[in-house]
Design a protein around this ligand. Structure first.
Ligand SMILES: NC(=O)c1ccc[n+]([C@@H]2O[C@H](COP(=O)([O-])OP(=O)(O)OC[C@H]3O[C@@H](n4cnc5c(N)ncnc54)[C@H](OP(=O)(O)O)[C@@H]3O)[C@@H](O)[C@H]2O)c1
Length: 331
C-alpha cells in the first residue's frame, strides 16, 4: 500500500488561486464549502437549482448562492456535489453549455464517469476527489481537528495539473489530516457501490430483517427480537470501527465468538453468488443505468420500495424502544 500524504505534503496553491464552483449544498456540498473557506479558499461560488431547498441554509452559513449556470460560467474548478443520479442532467443543461474552456471538473464519486453517464470533452481536467464517508462527517470531523480519509484519481489531465488540483482539493476539505491516497474512478465506484449494496446498507439490513423475522417466527417478542438483531448493531459497529473485526471478536463473549466463527462460512457460501452478481451488475454499468432511469421517472421505483420498507414490523418495535431509551436517559 502506498504511504498516505498529509497536509504538510501538499501545495494548496493550485486550488487557492482559482475560482471554484460547488454544485449542490447537501451533505458534501455544505461541508466542502465550509471547510475550504476555513482553510483560506476565498473564491467559492455555490450553485443551486431554481427553488432549491438549500438556499436559506447556504445564506445562513454566509454564502450567497447563485444559479447553476452563473456558478459555472467563471469557474476554473467545478466540483459536482449534487446527487449522482442528477449529474447527467446538470451537466447537459448547465455545465456543458456554460463552462470555460479548460475547466477542471471534480467528482466526489466515480459513478458518473466510470459508468459513462458523462463524457467531458478532451479540454477538461476530470478529477476524482473522494472524502470517504458521509458528507456531514466531512465537517464534524474537521471541526474536531480531524478529517476523513481522501482518495484522488485523474480520468483526464488536459492541463497537466490535474493531480495537483486533486490533492489540493482533498487537503482543503480536511482529508490532509487523515491521509490522502491515489485511486481510479473505476476502483472507487465499484468499492463504494459494492460496499453499500452488499455489506453496509443492503446486506446489513437484509440480515437484520431476516434475523428479526426468524426470531419472531420462533415465538420471541418483537421487542427482544429488535434489540438482538438491530439495536445492538451500533455496539458491534463501534467495536469494529475502533479495533477491526479481530479486535471486536476479542472484546465480546467467547460464546458469541465461538458461535459466530461457526456460522460465518455457511453464511458466506450462501451470499457469495449474490455478491458475485452484484459485482457483475455494477461493473457493467447496469445498476447506474437502472438508477438514472428511475430518477427520470421521478424516482417512482425508489419511493415504492421506501414505502414498503417503512411498514416492516421491526420499525414499530424500534420506535418503541428508542422512545423508552430516550425518556429514561433524559435528566
Ligand atoms: N466518496 C464517498 O465516500 C461519498 C460519500 C457520500 C457521498 N458522495 C458523493 O457526494 C455527492 C453528493 O452527495 P451528498 O451526500 O452530499 O448528497 P445530498 O446531501 O443528497 O445533496 C445533494 C445536493 O444535490 C442537489 N441536487 C439534487 N438533484 C439536483 C438537480 N436535479 N439539480 C441540481 N441540484 C440537485 C441538491 O439540491 P437541493 O439542495 O436543491 O435539494 C443537494 O444540494 C454525490 O456524488 C455522492 O456520490 C461520496
Amino acid at each position: 500500500m502506498s504511504a498516505p500524504l498529509y497536509e504538510a505534503d501538499i501545495d494548496l496553491g493550485p486550488l487557492k488561486s482559482r475560482r471554484i464552483a460547488l454544485i449542490g449544498y447537501g451533505n458534501h456540498g455544505r461541508s466542502h464549502a465550509l471547510n475550504m473557506r476555513d482553510m483560506g479558499v476565498t473564491s467559492i461560488a455555490i450553485g443551486l437549482r431554481d427553488g432549491s431547498a438549500s438556499i436559506d441554509k447556504a445564506r445562513a452559513d454566509g454564502f450567497e448562492p447563485v444559479g447553476l449556470a452563473d456558478a459555472v460560467k467563471d469557474a476554473d474548478v467545478i466540483a459536482i456535489l449534487a446527487a449522482d443520479e442528477a449529474h447527467k442532467a446538470i451537466w447537459d443543461a448547465h455545465v456543458a453549455p456554460n463552462r470555460k474552456p479548460g475547466v477542471a471538473v471534480i467528482f466526489s464519486h466515480g459513478f458518473s464517469i466510470d459508468y459513462g453517464l458523462i463524457e467531458p470533452p478532451a479540454d477538461c481536467d476530470v478529477i476524482l476527489a473522494a472524502a470517504k464517508g458521509p458528507g456531514g462527517a466531512v465537517r464534524t470531523s474537521f471541526e474536531k481537528g480531524g478529517g476523513l480519509v481522501g482518495f484522488w484519481g485523474v480520468h483526464q489531465d488536459a492541463s497537466g495539473e490535474a493531480e495537483a488540483v486533486a490533492k489540493a482539493y482533498l487537503a482543503v476539505i480536511g482529508c490532509g489530516r487523515a491521509g490522502i491516497y491515489p485511486t481510479t474512478f473505476k476502483e472507487e465506484a465499484l468499492a463504494d457501490i459494492l460496499g453499500e449494496q452488499a455489506v453496509l446498507v443492503g446486506g446489513m439490513c437484509a440480515l437484520a430483517r431476516e434475523g428479526f423475522e426468524q426470531l419472531v417466527a420462533a415465538g420471541i417478542s418483537e421487542r427482544m427480537a429488535y434489540i438482538d438483531t438491530v439495536h445492538e448493531l451500533k455496539y458491534i459497529a463501534d467495536l469494529i470501527h475502533e479495533r477491526g473485526i479481530h479486535g471486536m471478536y476479542a472484546a465480546i463473549s467467547d460464546t458469541a465468538e465461538f458461535g459466530a466463527h461457526e456460522v460465518e462460512d455457511p453464511i458466506r457460501e450462501a451470499v457469495r453468488p449474490v455478491f458475485e452478481a452484484i459485482v457483475k451488475d455494477v461493473t457493467a454499468g447496469n445498476f447506474a443505468r437502472r438508477w438514472v432511469a428511475d430518477f427520470d421517472q421521478d424516482r417512482a421505483g425508489l419511493y415504492e420500495k421506501r414505502a414498503s420498507a417503512k411498514d416492516h414490523p421491526l420499525e414499530a418495535a424500534g420506535a418503541e424502544i428508542r422512545k423508552a431509551v430516550t425518556r429514561r436517559s433524559e435528566p
